[in-house]
Design a protein around this ligand. Structure first.
Ligand code: PMP
Length: 304
């Protein structure tokens, strides 16, 4: 990823891609505390637009607040910088990664004395779980690793160290031939995918696991709105892994994963073992919204 043309916004200015570098004694590299976002821009008829940029920026600032990381820029500056990066790289559909981290000013667990640095990069990124996955659904395995307890890490923050847990789970599942992992919480109830939220469809209603140790996903919020537009009831409840086995449909949501059907969990087919009709309709509505084909949700798009 380091050897490419283009520009990265780094501490307030656009720098050539290859020059956006940090020192090996970067605090966040050693102790795992950086907060970040994952956003997507889509090519609409009126030019590229970043989807729900305000919500992503708010979550970035909330993550920093939770970890008492002083942000050296305002929300408006970060919002504008995300647009600048897409423009400077002449991208239309792309993934955008803002990250705030502690620099190499000091070592030792306490970040006191370290400065917060902010970088924003953007690059083209296709379907996270594969184009085939979007069409036909993916095979998922329940992880032997539990999601962090809410009093171990702060689940409302999107920050680097949580992803060591996601990496363990994803590695285990993919090395065994599955596409993605499903993590349970420490009590054994469904939490989320390694980088996605989960929904199931059962008897015409939609259920999601109660958000405790899972990230409060922005795609999740979008899907809840779209499901309600379809007249579907959306309920949060504690879900067990076998609730998923006997669901009519299941799907993952995430900025990267978009709306990816889950066709199998732990070698049990879910419903017909393919993309279900409600999942397909939600997927279609999701793509209509992000590509600017639904006027009702124009306000979710920030044209760059
Ligand atoms: N859970 C985890 C662990 C994630 O990494 C992500 C991706 N950010 C999500 C859920 C989905 O969040 P969003 O829809 O905001 O991308």
């Amino acid at each position: 990823m380091a050897d490419r043309d283009g520009f990265i916004w780094f501490d307030g200015k656009l720098v050539p891609w290859r020059e956006a570098q940090i020192h090996v004694l970067t605090h966040s590299l050693h102790y795992g505390l950086s907060v970040f976002e994952g956003e997507r821009a889509y090519k609409t008829d009126k030019g590229p637009a970043i989807f729900r940029l305000k919500e992503h920026t708010d979550r970035l600032f909330n993550s920093a607040h939770i970890y008492r990381m002083a942000m050296p820029y305002t929300r408006e500056q970060i919002t504008e910088a995300c647009c600048d990066v897409v423009r400077a790289n002449k991208l239309d559909s792309c993934y955008i990664r803002p990250i705030a981290f502690y620099g190499s000013e000091k070592m030792g667990v306490s970040p006191k004395g370290a400065a917060t640095h902010v970088a924003i990069a953007a690059w083209p990124w296709g379907a996270y779980l594969g184009e085939d996955g979007l069409q036909k659904g993916i095979r998922v395995k329940t992880s032997s690793y539990a999601r962090h307890h809410v009093n171990v890490t702060m689940a409302r923050a999107k920050f680097a160290a949580t992803y060591a847990n996601s990496i363990l789970a994803n590695m285990e599942a993919t090395q065994d031939g599955y596409d993605e992992a499903l993590l349970l919480d420490v009590d054994g109830f469904v939490a989320e995918g390694a980088g996605e939220n989960l929904f199931i469809v059962k008897d015409g209603a939609i259920y999601e696991p109660e958000i405790a140790s899972a990230l409060v996903g922005i795609t999740r919020a979008t899907i809840i709105s779209l499901a309600r537009d379809m007249g579907l009831e959306v309920k949060s409840k504690r879900l067990t892994r076998d609730d998923i086995y006997i669901a009519d449909e299941a799907f993952f949501t995430g900025t990267a994963a978009e709306v990816t059907p889950v066709r199998e969990l732990d070698n049990r087919t879910i419903g017909a073992g393919t993309r279900g009709p409600i999942t397909e309709e939600l997927q279609k509505r999701y793509f209509d919204v992000v590509y600017g084909r639904n006027e009702k949700y124009e306000h979710w798009l920030t044209r760059v």
